[in-house]
Design a protein around this ligand. Structure first.
Ligand SMILES: [Zn+2]
Length: 169
């Protein structure tokens, strides 16, 4: 059976790299180990739909060495499927911090709240920028900022660099 991924225009890495603003080698690594179980068509849809940004913290893949993950919003272990409405592009840090969680504690109330759901929720209803810091506007926003550690020192430094390059949202 032919390898469908090599015939897919997005994962023709020479064509896809400029689209995502990453080096060709980055996508080669991604293709080989990042999202191997997903059909190429689905990977392409998730990447293009995201505009090449993490759908949680909005970090651009452009300029980042580590290739972003395709996150199952509802984890496979909880019955989440590899379908477009359950997938989101996530930077490595957001993906690893989120893990299999679907809820987290809102630090303002101490109550459990659903994590931000990139397909069902409107980002701007839950988050706002305060220069390079992300502020949670709702219980979901605050729980997600906290659980995904969206204002960790390294990401603040990256956002400052991105801002200098005109790439910070
Ligand atoms: Zn992120």
């Amino acid at each position: 059976m032919p390898d469908q991924s090599t015939a897919d225009p997005v994962f023709d890495t020479a064509a896809a790299a400029p689209l995502l603003g990453v080096r060709k080698g980055t996508l080669e690594v991604w293709r080989r180990r990042g999202t191997g179980r997903l059909p190429a068509r689905l990977r392409r849809l998730v990447i293009q739909r995201s505009g090449g940004r993490c759908e949680y913290c909005h970090l651009a893949q452009a300029g980042q060495e580590a290739t972003f993950h395709i996150d199952h919003i509802t984890p496979v272990a909880s019955g989440g499927q590899a379908v477009a409405e359950n997938l989101a592009l996530a930077c490595v840090s957001c993906s690893l911090h989120k893990g299999a969680r679907q809820t987290a504690i809102d630090p303002d109330t101490g109550l459990e709240a659903p994590l931000y759901h990139p397909r069902r929720d409107l980002w701007s209803e839950h988050f706002a920028w305060k220069i390079v810091r992300l502020i949670g506007l709702t219980a979901t926003g605050r729980a997600t900022v906290n659980a995904l550690d969206l204002n960790r020192p390294l990401i603040l430094a990256i956002r400052e660099e991105e801002a200098a390059l005109g790439r910070h949202p």
